[in-house]
Design a protein. Structure first.
Length: 370
């Protein structure tokens, strides 16, 4: 396919997929093998509808109530502020902010930032405040803001971090919210990405911006079928990033990153890296608290997939299990060991079987049979 593509443009073919090729061919594979066109898919994800339904899902699942703050104290007119309350007691939980659109000078990626940790200060409860920051496309005169499918996943993921901060019951600042073991920190948010592939959720969060219709069944099937597309390469890339991080932080003496990066890249992913660049210079996680811990992104997926199986069995909108998840996984923060939280939530030792199903190495019938 790559050879035919090159020849159609009158270009020479070197029998390799180079570093600058792989995203292009990944998208081509989605279009040709799964008939998924991002431009069509995003028409079903207008920002306002996705935001409203996603917030509804989190409220129902976790036993919370979100109220948009009147006269909010925010840093930009695009930012919205919400007050959070517990639905059982109506007690105040905290605040969160949504800063979702790009502007000059703004942080250019998607992330969650804790603005104030929930903890006990001077004998009184300090309520948490958290912000989700993203750079989704703004509305134009002719179209509303529309999200690509991977942006919907990002929305669910980063807002999962917000809920981790807001649901904390930790006494001490050090253990509050997402202040957990580094190789567990991503698990709660990664688990919530799975909702985006479930038909019940897709039907709720989708609404064609012109017709008002939800995702058609055939498109839902294509999205689900394509979940494992390119999984091998994408997981090898994560293994590469984690390995590079550990090599860099455990090596003695100076390390020539311009040589270490391409040698590991080709050895692990089989994709050669051009020798005229040094991509390690843009690998921000190296100096942002993940030092020698980037492997946690992939390791956390083992736990997130295992936890999600509980929701697959009980129902992804099951409020009883959702409240258990809030109380057992989110509320303690880092005040308990992550393995103990997992054992309590799962009722057993966690294992990697669900993860292997999640990345397509085991058939889904393996889990369904249990």
């Amino acid at each position: 396919r790559q050879k035919a593509e090159k020849e159609s443009r009158g270009e020479s073919f070197d029998s390799r997929i180079n570093a600058w090729d792989f995203r292009y061919y990944m998208n081509m594979k989605l279009e040709k093998l799964y008939q998924i066109d991002d431009d069509i898919v995003m028409q079903y994800f207008p920002m306002d509808h996705v935001t409203r339904e996603m917030l509804n899902i989190y409220q129902e699942l976790l036993g919370l109530k979100f109220t948009k703050t009147e006269n909010p104290h925010v840093w930009h007119e695009d930012v919205s502020q919400y007050d959070v309350y517990d639905t059982e007691t109506n007690s105040f939980v905290g605040h969160f902010y949504l800063d979702l659109f790009p502007r000059d000078g703004k942080y250019s990626h998607a992330a969650e930032f804790d603005l104030q940790k929930g903890c006990v200060v001077g004998g009184k409860q300090q309520h948490p405040a958290s912000a989700m920051v993203a750079n989704f496309t703004k509305a134009t005169e002719t179209k509303p803001s529309l999200l690509m499918f991977d942006e919907v996943e990002t929305f669910f993921h980063e807002f999962g971090h917000v809920m981790h901060e807001l649901c904390t019951k930790a006494t001490y600042y050090t253990f509050s919210g997402t202040s957990v073991q580094r190789d567990f920190i991503e698990a709660p948010s990664q688990m919530l990405e799975n909702w985006c592939y479930e038909a019940e959720c897709l039907s709720r969060i989708s609404k064609h911006y012109q017709t008002g219709k939800p995702f058609p069944d055939d498109l839902i099937k294509k999205i689900r079928d394509a979940k494992h597309a390119n999984a091998a390469l994408l997981n090898l890339r994560q293994i590469f990033f984690g390995t590079f991080d550990i090599e860099l932080h455990t090596s003695e003496g100076k390390v020539d990153t311009s040589k270490l990066w391409p040698s590991l890249m080709e050895a692990i992913t089989l994709i050669p890296e051009p020798d005229i660049t040094n991509d390690a210079g843009s690998f921000g996680h190296l100096a942002s608290g993940y030092s020698a811990g980037y492997y946690g992104y992939l390791w956390s997926e083992v736990y997130s997939a295992d936890m999600f199986q509980a929701f697959k069995k009980a129902g992804i909108f099951n409020p009883t299990l959702g409240r258990k998840y809030r109380d057992v996984i989110l509320a303690p923060g880092g005040s308990k060991d992550a393995m103990d939280l997992l054992k309590e939530f799962l009722g057993r030792e966690p294992n990697s079987e669900a993860f292997l199903v999640h990345i397509g190495l085991l058939p889904s019938t393996t889990q369904e049979a249990k």
